[in-house]
Design a protein around this ligand. Structure first.
Ligand code: GDP
Ligand code: ZN
Length: 306
């Protein structure tokens, strides 16, 4: 029971470290708080309060701020521990979309990694936007050809250059008022893009996900960056090791949007794994050029690793 003189406020969890939560209250203040009783117990059993959670905060007249309650989540981005399908970890709560950033070069795009991120987003029910950055480093037709499989599969793909200020307004519009999980390899330009979208942020280039380099505590906890235009960008260092999470092989094919129309039309219908069966509609579509072969190979690799 809140004592007299205490106030109750609502807010959004920005980050969590060493038992302390950083909370952006709806009135604009940022406060530090800890979990109260029952919530602490739930945190120990694995269902922790994470960045993105909407919480009710108790601010006593004197004493420390506590998180009293958590609202039901609109979405959760989940990472499954390999081999422990049940031991899922919520990385961020209430995200609206995943924004996967890759560079045309420096670093070279790793499309298998991108495909795994897209599957991760899909398996959490989140739409994904692909940002192809550093388009100033190659000729436009080559860049478009390299990534052609993605718009064809139905993904929203933005071509950007921080250097030439290309595509920045489009990215700003996508981020505005939403909670976006920003991910992609180090050096792809995530910090630079955010600074360009919102010059006031003043992120150090290389600042996004820098925490992952700090030490042995490679963390999967996220940090939310509030945007002046409304909305948040979630920085999720743990998503970098996407090679590590397990996928549910049974539904993996549904997470490749370009497969969807054909699923069920293989000779073995929904039990077809599309890897070796005769009369497989997916492999036929690959041979006929309807489905991109590299995307199919990503599927097959994930299916095997799963
Ligand atoms: P992050 O690790 O994903 O946050 O990447 P950074 O934002 O730190 O950028 C890594 C490097 O790429 C920096 O040297 C940036 O100046 C550079 N960079 C970022 N965006 C672009 C771009 O659009 N074009 C070029 N040529 N370089 C860029
Ligand atoms: Zn098949």
């Amino acid at each position: 029971m809140p004592e007299p003189g205490a106030t109750i406020a609502r807010g959004t969890v920005l980050s969590f470290a060493g038992g302390d939560y950083e909370i952006l209250l709806d009135d604009g203040r940022i406060v530090a708080g800890r979990l109260r009783g029952r919530l602490k117990l739930e945190a120990r059993t694995g269902d922790r309060v994470v960045a993105g959670d909407r919480v009710r905060v108790h601010e006593p007249a004197n004493g420390s701020t506590t998180i009293e309650a958590v609202e039901p989540r609109r979405s959760q981005l989940i990472r499954r521990a390999p081999g422990h399908a049940r031991r899922a970890k919520v990385i961020v709560a209430n995200a609206d979309q995943v924004v996967a950033v890759v560079a045309v070069a420096h670093p070279e795009p790793h499309l298998r990694m991108l495909d795994r991120l897209l599957v991760l987003a899909g398996s959490s029910g989140l739409p994904a936007i692909i940002v192809v950055n550093k388009t100033d480093l190659a000729a436009e037709p080559d860049v478009r050809a390299r990534f052609a499989a993605y718009p064809a599969a139905g993904y929203d793909v933005l071509f950007t250059s921080v250097l030439e200020e290309r595509g920045i307004a489009d990215l700003r519009q996508r981020l505005c008022g939403r909670e976006s999980v920003l991910t992609g390899p180090s050096g792809a330009g995530k910090s630079s893009l955010l600074n360009s979208v919102e010059p006031g942020l003043g992120l150090r280039v290389g600042a996004v996900s820098a925490a992952v380099h700090k030490g042995r505590h490679t963390t999967v906890t996220a940090r939310l960056i509030p945007l002046a235009t409304g909305g948040f960008v979630a920085d999720t260092p743990g998503l970098r090791e996407v090679g590590l999470w397990g996928v549910d092989t049974g539904t993996l094919d549904t997470l490749f949007p370009e497969f969807r129309d054909r699923l069920g039309t293989c000779r073995f219908a929904r039990s077809c794994t599309h890897t070796h069966e005769p009369d497989c509609a997916i492999r036929e579509a690959v041979d006929e050029g309807w489905i991109d072969r590299e995307r199919f190979e990503s599927y097959a690799a994930m299916r095997e690793a799963g």
